[in-house]
Design a binder for this molecule. Structure first.
Ligand code: C5P
Length: 289
């Protein structure tokens, strides 16, 4: 069979509440995922053995530990006889950024493995397999560009997408490990949050303002105060929503009436000199890939 090419989009969290620590060490969450145009590209060619070649200037750590290879292995364990694949991953999504890049790569790997094997796994089974690789993988397999999620963030309910809007993502140039950010939240008094209502279905991003928050902001901004200032810059520039994404390190602004291209970059760099400013858009597809 010939080569397959799959897009692996990034996500931002429009809302993220940490409800409490669970017996299994994970945390119960309530979150809203939004897929964005910024994406990695995964090419898959059937081969005699499984391999991965990574391109791009993003530091992804040792290739042997890459989630693409772990996803391929998990798929072959679940579907004995599934073909071996030579993967080529072009990275654009920063790592340790709260943008779900590794999870999206894993979801893309599961999709291509399933396609190359003749679709032996139903969507539900594929999602269950994905959730064993990382809590965010289920969202990237759920098919909608906007979805709410509970439990570890892996019980996903697709939502009607919102009209596409510009997004400015600020990468401060350093990663934050999700595990560390949860430990900071645990150490910060471990106050269990009441089970809030998930924000209702709305028609604009602006309508979410005041209804949403990210519980990581308090503990992450305490350690990296410059990230709070970046968020404030994006809000001052007119972002309809400006927040930390996931456990960071990226901060994003959603601009429904268009992003302020020039001034934004200058003001952000005045706060974090080495910041990379990425201009992208939300995806507005029911069947996001
Ligand atoms: O699922 P994933 O591997 O992306 O999560 C990374 C780490 O973040 C986990 O090992 C766990 O420590 C923490 N985590 C958590 N609760 C969640 C998701 C992740 O405590 N709902």
């Amino acid at each position: 069979m010939s080569r397959l090419t799959e897009r692996a989009p990034a996500k931002i969290n429009l809302h993220l509440r940490i409800l409490g620590r669970r017996a299994d060490g994970y945390h119960d969450l309530e979150t809203l995922f939004q897929a964005i145009e910024l994406h990695d590209t995964l090419e898959a060619t059937p081969a005699g053995s499984t391999s991965l070649h990574v391109e791009g200037d993003i530091d992804v750590g040792p290739v042997d530990h890459n989630l693409v290879l772990r996803a391929a292995q998990a798929f072959r364990d679940a579907v004995p006889g599934a073909p071996h694949v030579a993967f080529r991953l072009t990275k654009r999504i920063p790592s340790g950024a709260g943008l779900g890049g590794g999870s999206s790569d894993a979801a893309a790997a599961l999709r291509v493995m399933n396609a190359l094997a003749g679709n032996p796994l139903e969507q539900g089974a594929l999602r269950e397999l994905g959730a064993t690789l990382g809590a965010d993988v289920a969202f990237f397999l759920a098919g909608s560009s906007l979805a709410s999620a509970i439990s570890r963030g892996d019980e996903v309910t697709p939502r009607e997408p919102l009209p596409a809007a510009d997004v400015v993502v600020v990468d401060p140039g350093f990663p934050i490990a999700t595990r560390d950010a949860f430990a900071w939240w645990d150490a910060a008094a471990a106050l269990e949050n009441p089970h809030d209502e998930m924000p209702a279905q709305v028609r604009t991003f602006a309508a979410l303002r005041g209804l949403v928050r990210n519980d990581f902001e308090e503990v992450v901004f305490a350690r990296h105060p410059e990230l709070a200032r970046v968020r404030d810059v994006l809000a001052t520039l007119g972002a309809d929503l400006a927040m930390l994404s996931g456990s960071g390190s990226c901060v994003f602004g959603v601009f429904e009436r268009g992003a302020p291209v020039d001034g934004g970059e200058r003001l952000v760099r005045a706060v974090v000199e080495d910041a990379r400013v990425l201009y992208t858009r939300t995806l507005a597809e029911r069947e996001a890939r």
